[in-house]
Design a binder for this molecule. Structure first.
Ligand code: KIV
Ligand code: NA
Length: 266
């Protein structure tokens, strides 16, 4: 199989073929999603919520994400692996950003990095790209700045659409190979997608983007509690695993498991 490269993203947009992405944080899901033909896997700092038990992505560190990213890049044969740069690992300037990007490329085998912010992150993107590292940008709702944005708020409504467009132009100009639009209204996402020559990747930004990305634990119905409106659940893993755990407990308590077929003879 041929690896997905950033060129594939360009070609897909040119040919009108949609790009698919999922998050992944471990080798098992990475190999499943890779075999299923998902184009790129994001080792998101959403791992803070999905894997590490934090309430937000803010506490997540580089050292926490590196082993997860390593596991995903070890497992894939085709998919492009994007490492998410955590809060506090790139904002102070291009030098810090490049240093963080080097760590994900060298220690974790990532193929690209992602960071949040439009105009405010343009210099960081430019420096990382100039070192030969592809950058996926991320604008619209950016979870690392949820306190600055006043919560989980849709970005780019009404007059804010100009702000979104300016951010989109800035990351394209800085050399990003793609841009994630998170929680953006359908029409604003369509305008950005039409204007940019790099592909847009929707996370709750409607059908007109060049690709779609979802947090796999939401997508597979593993997450407990509320999931965002934009997520379509493609499986119900939480019930599957709950049923399995209850059946196992019942079998052990009643002596049904292990049976002779699971036991070794003398
Ligand atoms: O961390 C993450 O999973 C993300 C995507 C949802 C965009 O940044
Ligand atoms: Na993220």
């Amino acid at each position: 199989v041929k690896r997905v490269r950033t060129r594939h993203f360009q070609n897909a947009k040119a040919q009108g073929i949609k790009i698919t992405g999922l998050t992944s944080y471990d080798a098992l899901t990475a190999s499943i999603f890779d075999s299923a033909g998902i184009d790129f896997l994001l080792v998101g700092d959403s791992a803070g919520n999905t894997m590490l038990g934090y309430d937000t992505t803010l506490p997540v560190t580089i050292d926490e994400l590196i082993p997860l990213t390593r596991a995903v890049s070890n497992a894939v044969r085709r998919a492009l692996v994007v490492a998410d740069m955590p809060f506090g690992s790139y904002e102070t300037g291009p030098d810090e950003a490049l240093h963080t990007a080097f760590r994900f490329m060298k220690e974790a085998g990532a193929h690209a990095v992602k960071l949040e912010g439009g105009e405010r992150s343009a210099e960081q993107i430019r420096r990382i790209v100039s070192a030969g590292i592809p950058v996926m940008a991320h604008i619209g709702f950016t979870p690392q700045s949820e306190h600055g944005l006043g919560g989980h708020v849709i970005q780019g409504r009404g007059a804010q659409a100009e702000r979104l467009l300016a951010d989109a132009r800035a990351v394209q100009q800085a050399g990003a190979f793609a841009v994630v639009l998170e929680m953006v209204p359908v029409d604003a996402a369509r305008r950005v997608t039409e204007e940019l020559h790099i592909p847009t990747i929707s996370v709750g930004a409607g059908p007109h983007a060049d690709g779609q990305l979802l947090v796999w634990t939401d997508w597979a119905g593993l997450t407990g509690g509320r999931i965002p409106k934009f997520v379509k659940q493609y499986a119900d893993l939480r019930s599957v695993l709950t049923d399995a755990a209850q059946a196992y407990r019942a079998d052990v308590e009643s002596g049904v498991y292990p049976g002779p077929e699971h036991s070794y003879d003398d």
